[in-house]
Design a protein around this ligand. Structure first.
Ligand code: ATP
Ligand code: MG
Length: 363
């Protein structure tokens, strides 16, 4: 049997810096755990624009479509701010998501015990938190037609349309229920069925899918505004939250900050199963290209490393190996290792990006 394939797209800014640490870890799995991958690396974002004049070359897209998993660092940066909209680095990532039809965006919000006190960074976190937000990623108000800015009488009108088909709701609901079965077996679905037709349909379809195939999973519904309130008040009541593109965008950022640092947060975007049964998948840290710290060896590689742990779990069915990698991160943090973003005014000497990667490897 051939080894599963991974396409690595380091991208821009700190993307290549954090991805270097992931590459070390992938190599380690091959040697120490006999878990071998065929790894290929290519350009995306500004790096691709510099070479090809486009943020996503057709050849790269084709590789992504055929890979068992794609790992992406980050795209964008001030050097590309003045580019035409159609070739901006971010368009490369959006095109990738769109072409791969990655409809289910998994955003964990998990607080590591060793980072339960962030008071030196003037930040409150929720110790022991471990929830997952599933955001619909390819439809809803960010894509619905009609859209645009039109003239109506004497004034301009900005228009966006929230639109969801049954099948779009059903597939993301299924992915949330499947996920819940591997976690706390609980799903809370959020919409605004009190004021939006798309919300009414969302609630109906989620309820139908649940009754038909996932009755063993505990299901509840909340209006998204009440859900936002509950997420602040008592976030540990949740296990998996499933919601649409717009609400998911906001709720997942809010949930992320309950855990402390942007440098710690992974994500997965999943699509339909391929012929080999694996979902089309893209894994990336939540953070961006961080131009303010690029090239200084300061970037925290943990978000990117935990994104690879998600790949082990969701693309390669290697849950035990994902646990192993996450445990190594936990151990290193418990031993006091910190990159600069995790340090307040305590005067602890920060680790560089590569020193943090090495410490995780050693653990
Ligand atoms: P994007 O628009 O690409 O999402 P952004 O404007 O949200 O980018 P980031 O690039 O994520 O911003 O950076 C936000 C802040 O967090 C910056 O000060 C950056 O240095 C810091 N930061 C982001 N990622 C990391 C990381 N991995 N390690 C350390 N600091 C980080
Ligand atoms: Mg951002």
């Amino acid at each position: 049997m051939t080894n599963p394939s991974i396409l690595i797209l380091p991208g821009d800014g700190i993307g290549p810096e954090v991805m270097t640490e992931v590459e070390k870890i992938i190599a380690w799995f091959g040697e120490a755990r006999d878990l071998k991958f065929n790894v290929e690396t290519d350009l995306v974002g500004g790096a691709a624009y510099d070479k090809h004049g486009t943020p996503l070359a057709d050849s790269t897209l084709e590789k992504a479509m055929n890979a068992d998993a794609v790992l992406l660092g980050a795209v964008g940066g001030p050097a590309y701010d003045d580019l035409d909209f159609s070739v901006k680095p971010e368009r490369g990532l959006l095109k990738l998501r769109k072409e791969m039809d990655l409809f289910s965006n998994l955003r964990p919000a998990q607080c590591f015990d060793a980072l339960a006190d962030f008071s030196s960074l003037k930040r409150d976190v929720v110790a022991g938190l471990d929830i997952m937000i599933v955001r619909e990623l390819t439809s809803g108000i960010y894509f619905g037609e009609p859209r645009g800015i039109i003239k109506e009488g004497n004034e301009r009108v900005g228009i966006n349309t929230q639109r969801y088909t049954e099948s779009e709701i059903e597939r993301v609901a299924r992915s949330a229920f499947e996920l819940a079965r591997r976690r706390g077996n609980k799903v809370c679905s959020m919409e605004k069925a009190n004021v939006m037709e798309s919300g009414i349909l969302w609630r109906e379809v989620v309820t139908e899918v649940h009754a038909k195939d996932y009755a063993d999973v505990e299901l509840s519904h909340m209006y998204a505004d009440a859900g936002a309130m509950q997420l602040c008040r008592y976030p540990k009541q949740f296990d998996v939250i499933v919601t649409d593109n717009l609400f998911g965008d906001i709720l997942s950022d809010a949930a992320a900050m309950l855990t402390g640092s942007l440098g710690m947060l992974p994500s997965a975007s999943l699509g339909a199963p391929m012929e080999n049964g694996r979902p089309k998948a893209l894994y990336e840290p939540v953070h961006g290209s961080a131009p303010d710290i690029t090239g200084q060896g300061k970037a925290n590689p943990i978000a990117c490393i935990l994104s690879f742990a998600m790949a082990l779990r969701y693309s390669f069915d290697e849950g035990a190996e994902a646990d192993r990698l996450e445990a190594a991160v936990e151990t290193v943090l418990a031993n006091g290792a910190r990159t600069a973003d995790l340090i307040g005014e305590e005067g602890v000497e920060p680790l560089s990006t590569s020193a943090m990667g090495d410490a995780i490897l050693a653990a």
